[in-house]
Design a protein around this ligand. Structure first.
Ligand SMILES: Nc1nc2c(ncn2[C@@H]2O[C@H](COP(=O)(O)OP(=O)(O)O)[C@@H](O)[C@H]2O)c(=O)[nH]1
Ligand SMILES: [Mg+2]
Length: 288
């Protein structure tokens, strides 16, 4: 049962304010928005001087509170210099797919010959092929080396290529093997250093891809990647699934990372700029 139908049932069947608040608490916990936000909403409801709470009261109070912890921020593309998007995230969250969506998105404003993609997930041969296929279909150049080669070397190559072609946008795909945290952190720091050293006058945005279906584990992922490098924004993927991605609230509260984009399917056009009002409506299922 969705949140909305549960809410409707709750508001029509529950007469006591205390009972209602108890059950709302349960529903909010299920929405993955984190305990902090849940308790803030519950406290506000308890403090309300009204004898009974209507569905409208609840949505007004929770929307206000949720809004505080949702920040939208898309990477700005600087003119006349190289813009770099470094894509990070655990294997399978949707990095490569999301990169393909962004190539399509940016190719509205940037000529395709000024966009380059780097296949720095060298761990799996299939990952390189997957990116090359997208590059072919979308008509952009993919810089890649052999399977198993050093990701740092791929990034170095891609930076050279971007500079010699005076590219406007370089998007870097990476591997996100979480088998050992220290290995992952080291590898990412190395890539980050290579960019800092060799990217000249460029603008770097590090985008962490979070899979909306991951639930609470996503906060842990965000913590680990933030430990390695500074994260500038989140790409929240798979919002088309049953999961609504409430987890971005605790991530913003704990780490202050804003959300840039939502991925809503497997096609190139299944991309949206993050809009907090729309996100809250979807989270509370208020629109349908
Ligand atoms: N439904 C849905 N599936 C997605 C989305 N983004 C990625 N996927 C799927 O998730 C799987 C892993 O994606 P991939 O881009 O290879 O992840 P990576 O390992 O992080 O590069 C693939 O089957 C994708 O088609 C999305 O927004 N919605
Ligand atoms: Mg990939």
């Amino acid at each position: 049962m969705g949140i909305l139908s549960s809410l409707k049932k709750l508001f029509s069947n529950t007469s006591s304010k205390d009972d209602l608040i108890d059950q709302l608490e349960e529903l909010l916990i299920q929405a993955d928005i984190g305990t902090k936000t849940t308790y803030e909403i519950i406290e506000a409801l308890e403090k309300s001087s009204k004898k009974s709470i209507s569905m409208e009261d609840f949505t007004a109070i929770s929307t206000d509170i949720l809004q505080k912890y949702l920040k939208s921020q898309q990477p700005t593309i600087a003119q006349g210099k190289l813009n770099i998007l470094l894509f990070l995230g655990v294997n399978g969250v949707g990095k490569t797919t999301s990169i393909a969506k962004l190539i399509q998105y940016y190719s509205n404003s940037i000529p395709k010959e000024k966009i380059i993609v780097a296949a720095a997930d060298t761990f799996r041969a299939a990952a390189i092929e997957q990116l090359e296929k997208h590059g072919e279909r979308l008509g952009v150049r993919v810089v890649a080396q052999q399977h198993g080669s050093d990701p740092g070397a791929v990034v170095f190559d891609a930076l050279q290529s971007a500079q010699s072609k005076q590219a406007d946008l370089l998007i870097i795909d990476t591997a996100g093997r979480m088998h050992t945290k220290s290995h992952l952190v080291k590898e990412l720091q190395k890539i980050d250093k290579i960019i800092a050293k060799n990217a000249g006058e460029s603008k770097l945005n590090r985008i962490l891809v979070i899979d909306a279906t991951t639930g609470q584990n996503a906060l842990r992922q965000a913590e680990v990647f933030s430990e390695a490098v500074e994260i500038d924004g989140i790409f929240l993927s798979k919002v088309d699934s049953h999961a609504k991605g409430g987890i971005i609230l605790p991530i913003f509260q704990e780490l202050g990372i804003p959300v840039a984009f939502l991925g809503k399917g497997e096609k190139y056009e299944d991309l949206e700029e993050f809009d907090s009002a729309k996100f809250i409506n979807n989270l509370l299922e208020l629109d349908n």
